[in-house]
Write a protein that binds this ligand. Structure first.
Ligand SMILES: [Ca+2]
Ligand SMILES: [Ca+2]
Ligand SMILES: [Ca+2]
Ligand SMILES: [Ca+2]
Length: 492
């Protein structure tokens, strides 16, 4: 149902929501707190398909179902399976011009083990007729690792006790790191039983697990006690030399294993190896004990150098009295001439940042960020996704770029005129340079989207999507060596 837009000063976008209804009542998909969705076009027909991840309880396995959109209707088309902590993304993995769906699972600890075990990664290749092709090339790569285990090469694995094609992954990102035309993947699987964080190097569609592209001492830390962990990753050519570098967002706690670490940019040598790095500044937010969920490049001061916006949530270790795993702190890091980064958050984000403290109705945590010119003024703004659809806290939905090097935290209503309530924001998605805002339709009969005219498409945005989800309640384990007085719920 298209809703009437309110006329207001500075109105630039008509709030014209398009509705797609469920052909059959999807039941518990409807605005459940722990549901999330991915909006994709898997057959290049310019119609979105929909992946829903549903669960009543984030501790339980979640069912992942693909719906396809036909004639403004959502039809259940594929039950992908049940996963503990599904992390679904899409990308044109095989470079045929059609999106493909990739799903990893963070999984959980097996009884008696300190490491996580995930599931078999899913790769569904999109095709012109819309039929998805189940491809095992990614999961096969983990069988190769196991052959190394059988051969006694225990150094190749972390733990080395899981003898199958499964892997545990918190997040992953796509990029051609060796410029051979094949899309490679970075898999953040620290703490995984099968293999620690690694690249999947793509050679004509067949993948090899490679842990040697980033030297261990700069990935995991120089001390024996160091075991740096990261969460989000993003391929960005930070130094603009034509080779993708990788930004790894920290997953830092008060544990001795992680206490020295920060977010890092690993610089591509030009051959797909990363032996140089740049540490990103710590935030004062929660004493720096944060997990980075969103990483987005933006040249905020127009000096030609890529700057970074990071979204942080709390982890174990800080002490401002707020609950762990909450918060929406945005960090603005400006790239200097020498390639290093300086924290200019205070100068660049106008107004005091407010963040969720984890109390009831104030437990939101920011997830992915997306730079896009939402108000069509020629400056890319920062869109923010959250993990909850029941946001009562007045979290900003957009950081509006004022064009003079500042970001203004704004609600959607402040940015573009519409009758949208802040609680309605479900998710942003981007596909073929179209940015869409999604929300549930009234009465739960379907979902609605608002297409935003993106006039600033000169930026080479990659096809990808954002998930508004609870799925990253993963990795919430308390470090075993970390002591504190307050007892928090911990699953794993
Ligand atoms: Ca493809
Ligand atoms: Ca490649
Ligand atoms: Ca580079
Ligand atoms: Ca800059």
């Amino acid at each position: 149902m298209a809703k009437k837009s309110k006329k207001g000063k500075g109105e630039k976008v008509e709030a014209d929501f398009k509705t797609v209804v469920f052909k059959k009542d999807p039941g518990r998909l409807e605005k459940q707190e722990h549901s999330c969705a991915l909006f994709i076009d898997l057959n290049s027909d310019n119609r979105d398909d929909y992946l829903f991840i549903e669960s009543r309880n984030w501790l339980k396995k979640k069912r992942v179902i693909l719906y396809t959109g036909r004639k403004k209707q959502l039809k259940k088309s594929l039950d992908i399976g049940k996963y503990v902590t599904p992390v679904a993304r899409y990308f044109d993995v095989n470079s045929d011009g059609i999106n493909d769906l990739v799903l990893f699972d963070h999984g959980k600890k097996q009884e008696g083990h300190f490491s996580f075990t995930g599931s078999r990664p899913v790769l569904l290749l999109g095709s012109p007729n819309g039929k998805l092709i189940d491809d095992t090339s990614i999961s096969n790569a983990y069988m190769e690792i196991l052959e190394e285990v059988h051969e006694g090469d225990l150094a190749a694995v972390h733990g080395g006790v899981q003898v199958d094609e499964k892997v545990s992954a918190k997040w992953f990102d796509f990029g051609d790191i060796d410029n051979d035309g094949d899309i490679d993947i970075w898999v953040e699987s620290s703490g995984g039983m099968n293999v620690n964080s690694h690249f999947l190097i793509n050679e004509n569609g067949s993948y090899t697990v490679d842990r040697n592209r980033i030297p261990n001492e700069i990935l995991d830390g120089p001390l024996d006690s160091d075991f740096y962990r990261y969460h989000t990753s993003k391929f960005i050519d930070v130094n603009k030399d034509g080779h993708l570098d990788i930004v790894l967002g920290q997953h830092k706690t008060g544990s001795t294993f992680h206490i020295n670490q920060s977010s890092r940019v690993f610089i591509n040598s030009g051959q797909g190896f990363f032996d140089k790095y740049i540490d990103l500044p710590q935030t004062k937010f929660y004493n720096g004990f944060t997990r980075v969920r969103g990483i987005e490049p933006l040249d905020i001061n127009y000096d030609g150098r890529i700057d970074l916006i990071l979204a942080h949530n709390r982890q174990w270790g800080g002490g401002d009295g707020s609950a762990h795993f909450t918060g929406n702190y945005f960090q603005v890091l400006l790239q200097r001439k020498d390639g290093g980064f300086v924290d200019q958050t205070k100068r660049r984000i106008k107004g005091k940042q407010k963040w969720a403290n984890g109390l009831r109705n104030n437990d939101v945590s920011s997830t992915e960020l997306l730079a896009s010119d939402i108000n069509n003024d020629g400056h890319r703004d920062i869109l923010i996704n959250y993990n909850s659809t029941s946001v009562k806290y007045e979290a900003p939905t957009i950081l509006i770029n004022n064009g003079s090097g500042k970001l203004l935290p704004s609600s959607f209503q402040e940015a573009v005129s519409s009758d949208l309530e802040k609680d309605d924001v479900f998710s942003w998605s981007e596909s073929n340079n179209d940015v869409k805002l999604w929300r549930f339709a009234t009465k739960g009969e379907g979902i609605e989207y608002l297409k935003l005219n993106d006039s600033a498409s000169n930026y080479s945005s990659t096809v990808r999507s954002l998930i508004s989800s609870s799925v990253h309640h993963l990795s919430v384990e308390k470090p075993e060596d970390f002591q504190e007085l307050t007892a928090y719920d911990s699953t794993f």
